[in-house]
Design a protein around this ligand. Structure first.
Ligand code: RIB
Ligand code: CA
Length: 314
């Protein structure tokens, strides 16, 4: 069964991996890309999304989204991770195409209502577009098939603070709205993405088999791989965003835990995804009467990366 998805994104090198993965996957139909600030300003994220479409030779609509967090001052863009251009400073020729006239939130609402019950939202950046779409039309929560988001950390350390992951801390208020809305959320957090390492050997095989997307990813990934090597002492880069696409295609590659998730929106733990595991009772009210999320805790890393390589190589 082909799954219809909207990808909400802040491209971003691992976003690019996810977007190409989705475009090449037989079991996925990408209805649109919606862009957000995060790795780069939203203007750049939108230009990068249009550029990825040109590289991939597709004409999927791109809708520009939020430029700032819902309530707080933005954090600096992580040029040290994704480069100033969001693609590892490779100066790839930028697209001159234009986004659609709708905002990202309007695009999400209109597309979900045009395909009731069929659309999965795959969120790869801060969650302001999803929160804005819910505010625009709260009914969409009941019309979305699933929200699969890269973000958060349950038992794993964060990557911005000891407890906060980048997509969540970039807009904690929006994230808390998303985790407490009445839809099915599946969290692909650092608990699993820190188990999946994409290396240059695999990228070289992909480039050999597919010199179009493969060449782009090989070039863009070097800055990202260098960052992870210097920071974490690993050979390769963590496969954050693209792991969501593997989940959409083959959820059986993941082991998950059920629980209700709240996001800390102030104080030293701001951006922490705090999980109340199903079956555990706490006196605190904050985790009661909200929908249960699926939190991915295990992953078959080798099968996931093999699926990515096979999909990109065809
Ligand atoms: O923490 C990793 C996440 O933050 C990924 O989505 C990456 O692209 C950045 O947005
Ligand atoms: Ca991202």
């Amino acid at each position: 069964m082909t799954r219809k998805i909207i990808i909400d994104t802040d491209p971003g090198i691992d976003d690019a991996m996810a977007i190409f993965f989705a475009y090449k996957a037989k079991g996925i139909e990408v209805l649109g890309l919606t862009t957000t600030f995060g790795n780069v300003p939203v203007e750049k994220a939108t230009e990068n999304a249009l550029t990825l479409n040109e590289v991939a030779g597709v004409s999927v609509p791109v809708a520009k989204g939020v430029a700032l967090p819902l309530k707080r001052e933005p954090l600096p863009h992580p040029d040290f991770v994704h480069g100033k251009d969001g693609f590892g400073n490779i100066d790839w020729p930028v697209s001159t195409n234009q986004p659609v006239a709708e905002s990202a939130a309007e695009f999400i609402v209109n597309t979900v209502k045009a395909h009731p019950g069929e659309v999965t939202i795959v969120a790869l950046g801060p969650l302001g577009n999803l929160a804005t779409a819910l505010e625009l039309d709260p009914e969409i929560a009941g019309l979305v098939d699933e929200v699969v988001l890269m973000g958060g950390a349950h038992l794993e350390y964060g990557n911005v603070t000891p407890v906060a992951e980048a997509n969540i801390i970039n807009d904690p208020d929006a994230a808390d709205i998303v985790f407490t809305a009445n839809w099915q959320v599946t969290m692909i957090g650092l608990d699993v993405t820190h188990q999946v390492l994409l290396d240059n050997e695999r990228l070289a095989r992909i480039k050999q088999a597919n010199p179009v997307e493969g060449d782009f990813l090989m070039q863009a990934a070097q800055h990202y791989i260098n960052f992870y090597g210097e920071t974490f002492g690993v050979e390769g880069c963590y496969f954050h965003d693209a792991s969501t696409i593997a989940y959409v295609l083959q959820p059986e590659l993941f082991g998950l835990e059920l629980g209700t998730v709240r996001v800390a929106c102030e104080g030293i733990a701001i951006g922490q995804t705090i999980v109340a595991p199903e079956g555990k009772i706490f006196p605190a009210e904050a985790w009661k009467n909200i929908p249960t999320s699926q939190i991915c805790m295990e992953v078959d890393s080798e099968k996931l990366l093999a699926l990515f390589e096979e999909t990109l190589s065809n």
